[in-house]
Design a protein around this ligand. Structure first.
Ligand SMILES: [Zn+2]
Length: 303
């Protein structure tokens, strides 16, 4: 699955016995997942953070609130650096969770809440809900068919979630489980470019871009200096070369098409024509090869 499709945001509510007791799950890591909806149409993830951060008159909470723009963990789940804690999202005196999973949900499960209704776009919130549940199944090796329960399934006498919110968006609980399984199995889309080999990027910088920068500096051409500085940085990013001496991992980024075209027209093409004029076939192939590396790093067809 694509684990970086959506960011997981974390803003924890204050510890308090009725909402966030601060105690670890009995199982250490989450053993199963309870799919809820908030039962509060139109209220967003941020609204629920505020609500539970201020709740004092009853015991209730859940770990995660998901709306059409964000996935917000308000109690630690262990998806990040903080170990999973208990939340109060299923009554202790219901026994379905104990029969099915061997634990009370509050002691072993994550409570995952779908925000819906009002101005919340169902399709966007649902996509994030599906992805988050798939992310959790992937992280802890759980099967969506057996390790995700709806609140309604655990407490049918009192509860209708998350089926009621799904129904509002034209989905069933079965659809949810199928969609989570599909998300889990989805291949990661391959990038539409090939990173520039770092030796090639460095050679292009040393042979062409750096000399152009120095030439611009010599004549006081500030625009030219900035341009060649950016061009060198884009080449480094296309090769994943760290840009600082601290060596922070640089994300590999597609080379802008205009950069590839500029380097080809400004330097490689003239060099190729010179090589051709002097009958140097080896040099012709060398410059052609460099140009092709630039083309595929920019996601344009080779020539
Ligand atoms: Zn619920």
């Amino acid at each position: 699955m694509d684990k970086s499709k959506y960011p997981i945001e974390r803003l924890y509510i204050a510890k308090r016995p009725n909402t966030r007791p601060g105690t670890r799950l009995k199982t250490g890591t989450p053993a199963f997942f309870v799919a809820h909806d908030t039962g509060n149409p139109g209220a967003t993830a941020d609204n629920h953070f505020t609500y539970f951060n201020n709740l004092t008159d009853r015991s209730a909470s859940a770990h995660v609130f998901i709306d059409d723009t964000k996935i917000l963990e308000i109690i630690p789940t262990d998806t990040g650096a903080d170990p999973a804690e208990k939340a109060w999202h299923v009554l202790y005196n219901v026994t379905t969770d104990n029969d099915q999973f061997g634990y009370d949900a509050n002691d072993a499960a994550l409570g995952v809440e779908l925000c819906y209704g009002g101005r919340i776009t169902f399709s966007e919130a649902y996509k994030r809900f599906v992805w988050y549940l798939a992310y959790c199944c992937d992280k802890w090796g759980k099967n969506p068919s057996t390790h995700i329960a709806s609140h309604k399934q655990l407490d049918p006498a009192r509860k209708a979630d998350c089926e009621q919110a799904l129904k509002a968006g034209g989905k069933t609980f079965k659809d949810l489980i199928t969609d989570v399984a599909a998300e889990l199995a989805a291949p990661i889309a391959p990038p539409d470019f090939t990173p520039l080999p770092d030796g090639i990027a460095q050679a292009l910088i040393d042979n062409y871009v750096s000399p152009a920068w120095f030439a611009a500096q010599k004549v006081g051409d500030e625009v030219g200096k900035t341009h060649f500085h950016n061009l060198a940085n884009n080449l480094r990013m296309a090769a994943g070369i760290p840009m600082t001496h601290e060596g922070a991992a640089a994300p590999m980024t597609k080379l802008p098409k205009s950069n590839a075209q500029e380097i080809i027209f400004r330097w490689l093409s003239p060099a190729w024509f010179n090589a051709k004029a002097s009958g140097d076939k080896t040099a012709m192939m060398y410059f052609n090869n460099l140009a092709n590396y630039l083309r595929i790093a920019a996601g344009i067809p080779e020539e």
